[in-house]
Structures are given as structure tokens and as C-alpha cells.
Design a protein around this ligand. Structure first.
Ligand SMILES: C[S@@+](CC[C@H](N)C(=O)[O-])C[C@H]1O[C@@H](n2cnc3c(N)ncnc32)[C@H](O)[C@@H]1O
Length: 288
């Protein structure tokens, strides 16, 4: 029997995020947003509190709860945007150096855009980073969270990744790197093949391209039996199935590629599903 959405861990106003905003990550958010340490948790837990008129703890709005309400993506409800997974990629230094050197990066399904902000904080040229998300609300929440509406010069495209648009067409063949944070896993096997092929169509023909990301993965690979209702159909990978998917992409697009992935145990992933884990990965592509 599959779990219903009501049984699925959701946003909790008392969710402790102190562990996530201690140390280097906290320093980055404080410095980037100009928010002092003692206001940081309230700032992050901002939006819905104002929207709902509930002012129990903070005068600001509850960022995470608003994100959660827009659509029930567990990554917002569980504050995974504070993990800054792009910066945790084993090839983050290589990615950062490439963007500083002129490469263009697509932050795909960027949500609140934390990957974009981290790159900017680390000195990447803002104009070389393009965020894309179906939801303008998530992008707007990101501006509120990072307090950079007036200053950030990166482009954000609001659209379905699968749809052609004038703005995305302009980038065809222009990207060198794609960040796919908790994005690719939103589809079944064939949907993920489609995502990967679409990514390849946007890459620079010169080759030497990179996709990096994290998925909600599982020890029990295949269709996620415990998926919440509006995320039904997700194919959860382990390292082997993820490699098989990309090998199929390589064969069908005649692209030479190499795949790296690692399964990481994590309490929050196990809360969603006892077999759940974080699959961290990157793929390097060299063209035909
Ligand atoms: C699970 S969230 C991950 C957000 C962010 N990358 C992160 O790591 O926090 C998935 C994101 O993909 C976006 N998304 C879903 N389907 C999409 C599509 N077809 N085209 C563009 N974005 C999409 C959602 O709006 C959401 O922001």
C-alpha cells in the first residue's frame, strides 16, 4: 500500500535548521543577504507567516512554508536548499573555475536559486549563470530569501524545460555546464531520458560539457512506491541504474560520456523513505 500525502513529512514550523546554518554555510548566507546571525533563522523561515497572519516567532514570512505550499516538493519543506548541493559536488572547483573562465551554466529547475547565489558569492560572473524554472513563485522567493532583487545580474527563465521558447532557443548550443539539483528524478525512466537529451541539445558543440546534480535515490531502484500523490511515477536510482540511464543516452545521441555517482545516507532522505538516500552525481560529455 502506498503512503498518502497526509502521511508524508511536510513543512514543520519548529523544524530545526540551526545545524544547516552553522559554520561556513551560515557565514555565506549572512554575508550574501546582509542578515545578522541572530535574524537568519527568522529570515529563512519567512513568507507564509506574514501571508497567513501567524506571527508566533518572527515578524517576517516563512520562506520554507511558502515554498512548500506552492507545490509539495519535499526539498523545500525539509530545507534542502540550505544544503547548497552544487558547492558539495566533487567537481565544484572545476565548475567554478570554468565559469570564471567564461563557461555558461544553466541552473536547471533552479527553485530558489541557491546554486546560482553560491557561485556568485564565490566570484563567478553573474551574467554567465542562467536559472530556469517552471515556477516564477520559486524564483521570486529566491530573490526574497537572498535579498538580491536589485543587485543580481543573472538571467532567470520562467518556462517548462521541455518547451521551446525564444529565450531558451537563444541559448541552444551555448551552455557548457548544467546543474540539476533534485530535478531529473521528477520523471520516470523515459522522462529522464528526455531530460538528458534536451540537456545535450543545449550544450556547446565544442564538447567538454558537464552535468552535475543530486537525485532523491534509493536502495530499492525503480518506480517510487511511496511517492506523494503529485510526484507519482518518479524513477529512483542507485549508482547502477543511473549509469545505465546515461549509457542509453550516450548510445541514442552518439555522445561519449562518463558517469560518476555516489550514494549518501542522510537522515532526511530516510525520513521520506527508509530506503531513501541522496544520489550525488556528475556526467562529463565529449560530443560524438
Ligand atoms: C525538487 S525542486 C528542486 C529545486 C532546486 N533545484 C533545489 O535543489 O532546491 C524541482 C524544481 O523543478 C522545477 N520544475 C519542475 N518541472 C519543471 C519543468 N518541466 N521545467 C522547468 N522546471 C521544472 C520546479 O518548479 C522546482 O522548482
Amino acid at each position: 500500500m502506498s503512503l498518502r500525502i497526509t502521511e508524508f513529512p511536510g513543512w514543520e514550523s519548529e523544524y530545526r535548521i540551526t545545524g544547516l546554518i552553522d559554520g561556513e554555510k551560515g557565514k555565506f548566507i549572512q554575508e550574501y543577504t546582509g542578515t545578522p546571525a541572530n535574524r537568519l533563522e527568522c529570515h529563512i523561515k519567512s513568507i507564509v507567516r506574514r501571508a497567513s497572519g501567524n506571527e508566533r516567532h518572527c515578524t517576517d514570512l516563512l520562506q520554507a512554508e511558502k515554498g512548500w505550499n506552492l507545490r509539495q516538493y519535499p526539498c523545500f519543506g525539509m530545507f534542502w536548499f540550505l544544503h547548497f548541493d552544487l558547492a558539495e559536488s566533487p567537481i565544484y572547483d572545476e565548475i567554478l573555475a570554468s565559469v570564471k573562465d567564461g563557461a555558461f551554466l544553466l541552473d536547471l529547475g533552479c527553485g530558489l536559486g541557491q546554486g546560482t547565489r553560491r557561485l556568485v558569492y564565490d566570484g563567478a560572473p553573474q551574467a554567465n549563470i542562467i536559472g530556469l524554472d517552471l515556477s516564477k513563485e520559486f524564483i521570486d522567493l529566491g530573490f526574497e530569501l537572498f535579498n538580491d532583487q536589485a543587485s543580481l545580474r543573472s538571467t532567470f527563465l520562467v518556462q517548462d524545460f521541455f518547451e521551446d521558447s525564444e529565450s531558451l532557443d537563444r541559448w541552444a548550443g551555448g551552455f557548457n555546464i548544467i546543474n540539476s539539483g533534485y530535478f531529473m528524478h521528477l520523471w520516470d525512466w523515459n522522462g529522464q531520458l528526455k531530460v538528458a537529451k534536451r540537456m545535450i541539445s543545449l550544450f556547446s558543440l565544442r564538447g567538454g560539457n558537464i552535468v552535475t546534480g543530486v537525485n532523491f535515490g534509493s536502495e530499492e531502484t525503480g518506480r517510487w512506491a511511496k511517492a506523494p500523490a503529485d510526484l507519482d511515477g518518479l524513477f529512483l536510482h542507485g549508482c547502477m541504474t543511473f549509469r545505465r540511464l546515461w549509457e542509453q543516452v550516450g548510445r541514442e545521441t552518439q555522445t561519449r560520456l562518463s558517469v560518476w555517482s555516489a550514494m549518501e545516507r542522510d537522515e532526511d532522505h530516510a525520513r521520506l523513505d527508509p530506503k531513501g538516500l541522496r544520489l550525488r552525481w556528475y556526467v562529463k560529455l565529449w560530443g560524438e
